[in-house]
Design a protein around this ligand. Structure first.
Ligand code: UGA
Length: 423
């Protein structure tokens, strides 16, 4: 059954939601407040790095199932469902800033036809469904929470092949109608109350961040006792209760979600009278991990006045997103200690960080460097010619914060090699 859906906000969540619903056969209108973005999208140009998204948008535009308009109020008049996919950035006190969400709800309120279901996909603190209801001020409009579990870079695949769809609603008929939009998607669909759906989103991200901080902490233990973290994690991951995923040690976790959501759940708990000390520890271990990577560089060179090459700027591979990137955290610390940083990333061409020069290829980044840090796990870095790099560096030192490279091959070429959690 085809439905008419409006999607407010065309970030990676909104755009993916819109394009995927169009792919599932629905009629979708996406709205944003940035005119240039809408012009671009109407031409089928995608402003972000997201696998398959461009193809889905083009097919949607050609079939007429997908259109883009400027301004939320211009998208919603005919809609049976309105998805709110606006940003909820972190406020100064660590809580989520809900002003975009409230503004979007107020803006569309008068234009909605009776019975339209408003679905909130933005990540919001518990109780925000009520806040949207208040901003709408319409008793004839049910508001439903439907948190997203989309990873940047693989958002389309995550949308079309999800592990689950979580729908939070007091109005069960509305929940059933939202569930029906996902016909064609093979996944368990669970219906719960709004507070549980909202908490589930934070809990999932907080748990994954915990798993990663634990992984990095175990890597530190491995370094201390002389064990190999890859084998330790492999042995752990075979236990189906633990699983192999999200057990890759690294320079710490980042991105637009984990840091924001980890801090938000601490604040949410605190406001409700619970001291989430475990989560505070998880965040602290992550900060320590940035320092540990810098410490590895300092163990081989005096960074003050020295050039360090950092390969990778994005917060993970296959995205150009640098928000809360561990690579930037490492660079900031190196610069603070007097290093001159030359950085390269296959998808990022600039950063606003004093003391950091972004160059056009990995070899230029290594020229004159006394140490090389692998900060993002781009496949491209696996295939670098280290004979060529050996000729252009000032000293042969590699800190592989993603355990990406062949350490034997590097050592044979006279490089010192330090990974994470193994010698
Ligand atoms: C994350 C969640 O994985 C999604 O389920 C969620 O929907 C999304 O946040 C969100 O809240 O919108 P994302 O931020 O795209 O997705 O990034 P992840 O792929 O989860 O990676 C987060 C960080 O963990 C990155 O810095 C990555 O490099 C790091 N990571 C991940 C590791 O260091 N090791 C791993 O094994 C996995």
């Amino acid at each position: 059954m085809t439905s008419t859906i409006a999607v407010i906000g065309t970030g990676y969540v909104g755009l993916t939601t819109g394009a995927c619903f169009a792919h599932l056969g629905h009629c979708v209108i996406c709205a944003d407040i940035v005119p240039e973005k809408i012009d671009q999208l109407q031409r089928g140009e995608i402003p972000i790095h997201e696998a398959r998204l461009e193809e889905l948008v083009r097919v949607g535009l050609d079939s007429g199932n997908l259109t883009f308009v400027l301004g939320a109020e211009n998208a919603v008049a005919e809609a049976e469902f309105v998805y709110l996919c606006v940003p909820t950035p972190q406020s100064a006190d660590g809580s989520a800033d809900l002003s975009y969400l409230q503004a979007a709800a107020s803006e569309i309120s008068a234009k909605l036809r009776p019975g339209t279901i408003v679905v909130n996909k933005s990540t919001v603190p518990v109780g925000s469904t009520l806040l949207v209801e208040q901003a709408l001020g319409r008793s004839d409009i049910p508001v439903v929470s439907n948190p997203e579990f989309l990873r940047e870079g693989t958002a389309v695949d995550d949308f079309l092949n999800p592990d689950r769809v979580v729908i939070g609603a007091d109005d069960h008929a509305a929940a059933g109608r939202v569930a029906s939009l996902h016909l064609g998607v093979r996944a368990p669909i669970m219906v719960t109350d709004p507070a549980s759906a909202e908490t589930c989103k934070y809990a999932a991200n907080a748990f994954l961040a915990t798993k990663l901080s634990f992984t990095n902490a175990i890597a530190a233990v491995c370094e201390a006792v002389g064990a190999d973290v890859n084998d330790v994690l492999l042995g752990m991951g075979y236990d189906h209760r633990i699983g192999h995923e999200f057990l890759r040690p690294g320079p710490g976790w980042g991105g637009s979600c984990f840091p924001k959501d980890s801090k938000a759940i601490i604040t949410i708990a605190e406001d409700a009278g619970y001291d989430f000390s475990l989560m505070r520890g998880v965040v602290a271990v992550n900060e320590e991990q940035f320092d540990r990577i810098v410490g590895k560089v300092e163990s081989v060179i005096d960074v003050d006045g020295t050039t360090v090459s950092v390969l990778g700027i994005a917060f993970k591979a296959n995205t150009d997103d640098t928000r809360e990137s561990p690579a930037l955290e490492v660079m900031k610390r190196l610069v603070a200690k007097g290093a001159k940083v030359k950085a390269y990333d296959p998808a990022v061409t600039s950063v606003e960080l004093d003391g950091v020069e972004v160059v056009g290829d990995a070899y230029s980044a290594c020229e004159g460097a006394s140490a090389i840090v692998i900060a993002t796990e781009w496949d491209d870095f696996k295939w670098l010619d280290f004979d060529r790099i050996a000729d252009v560096v000032t000293a042969r030192n590699v800190v592989d914060a993603r355990n990406l490279l062949d350490r034997g091959a590097l050592r044979r070429r006279g490089f010192t090699y330090q990974g994470v959690g193994r010698n």
